[in-house]
Design a protein around this ligand. Structure first.
Ligand code: ATP
Length: 376
């Protein structure tokens, strides 16, 4: 039986609540399917820890994450609405000490955010039922490369620099095209639902040289996949409009870091909100899986947070581990988990943010019941 070491970082606010449901479901899956073992080791990181100890993530906890086979993170940030934002000496949020350290130091260059609408879940886009897009956010460069840098001069001038490198572009574009090759293509209803595999490059090449370079390198990488995956381009401002009007036009969308940060929150509204948006921060060697949302300080401790995004992030981890270790049992576990989540929504069991009445743990319990009812 293959054993995988998983570093679990519940973090702050609703992080521990949603992570508890993810680990509950993963353990149930392991018991139901058999043939693999997840050794879940918990570590205390985040702003609450920073307030207690002055350090958001210790070096030994970082090392444990690097040594693990996979990482699950809840959320890092404001633990409660009563506290002011906790900032470091640069005036930026302490949460970056965990998230950016893991992303940058483990080179998790692809921020993968599936945007999929589940049955009975309300979308902010009326009349679009088949939404199934994957956003790939370049995760280690762009404007965010300035984190911890940037300048403020004499309290009169401030600057952050956007970094775009050929190597960073080639890695993330390759990732996006490979992802598109393994998908079924754009699926939605309407005249653009042609099943074509498409990667759209979001940028602002009409204004910035760095984005003109980003676009050029995309075109070069696209040549490797010509005939199999269509290359497509959109200026970031127009992209937001087109995604709202015709989400069916999109299959995989790749973008610079800050642009990806913004469009992924917008796209989460297409599928029920932040509680429905899973993510994977993936590199060539390491990967971390976390809901796309933050700490939800106003709903923390109430037992009402939606754990779907975190449970689906756990599913993404199973898929990634399966690919990396060539372990089909984990791929089968991910398929079973997908079915259990589908059946849970089809039955109408939902948390209050998406129009239901289930508590955080009641939703997790229903997923466990649904997966135990599925044949292995
Ligand atoms: P942070 O500042 O750490 O990003 P936040 O909660 O302010 O945290 P988001 O996570 O983007 O920012 O959340 C935006 C909104 O969505 C908030 O109203 C939040 O309460 C809500 N929300 C986020 N996650 C969930 C969830 N899992 N279940 C229900 N509502 C959520």
């Amino acid at each position: 039986m293959k054993k995988y070491g998983i570093a679990v970082l519940p973090g702050d606010g609703i992080g521990p609540e949603v992570v508890a449901e993810c680990t509950k479901v993963l353990k149930a899956l392991q018991g139901h399917i058999g043939g693999f073992e997840l050794d879940l080791q918990h570590y205390d990181v985040g702003v609450s820890r920073f307030l207690k100890t002055g350090v958001a993530m210790s070096d030994s906890d970082f090392k444990a994450c690097r040594d693990a086979d996979g990482i699950i993170l809840g959320a890092v940030g404001m633990p409660s609405p009563d506290l002011p934002m906790v900032v470091d000496k640069n005036g930026t949020e302490v949460s970056g000490h965990v998230m950016f350290r893991l992303r940058f130091d483990l080179d998790l260059f692809a921020g993968v955010r599936p945007i999929k609408l589940w049955p009975t879940v309300p979308s902010a886009l009326a009349g679009h039922e088949n939404i199934d897009i994957v956003l790939v956010r370049e995760n280690t460069e762009g404007l965010f490369a300035s984190y911890g840098g940037g300048i403020v001069l004499k309290d009169q001038l401030a600057a952050d620099v956007q970094i775009i490198t050929r190597e960073g572009c080639e890695k993330v574009f390759d990732f996006a095209f490979k992802l598109a090759m393994n998908r079924k293509g754009r699926l939605g209803e309407g005249r653009l639902s042609d099943g074509k595999k498409v990667v759209t490059c979001a940028q602002k090449a009409n204004v910035f040289r760095s984005f003109a370079f980003f676009k050029k390198v995309f075109g070069e990488v696209a040549q490797k996949y010509a005939g199999e995956v269509m290359e497509d381009y959109a200026f970031i401002d127009a992209l937001t409009l087109w995604m709202l009007q015709t989400p069916e036009k999109f299959d995989v969308v790749v973008s610079e870091n800050a642009h990806g940060d913004i469009i992924s929150d917008m796209a989460a509204a297409f599928v029920g909100g932040m509680g429905m948006a899973p993510s994977g921060d993936i590199g060539l060697e390491f990967a971390m899986f976390q809901p796309a949302h933050g700490t939800g300080p106003t709903i923390a401790g109430k037992g009402i947070a939606n754990p779907t995004a975190t449970v689906l992030s756990g599913k993404m981890m199973l898929e990634w581990l399966s690919d990396k270790h060539n372990d089909p049992t984990l791929a089968a576990a991910a398929v079973l988990l997908d079915k259990a989540v589908y059946n849970t929504f089809a039955k109408g069991v939902k948390t209050s943010d998406i129009g239901g009445t289930a508590s955080t743990s009641a939703w997790g319990d229903e997923v466990v019941a649904q997966l135990r009812a599925l044949p292995v």
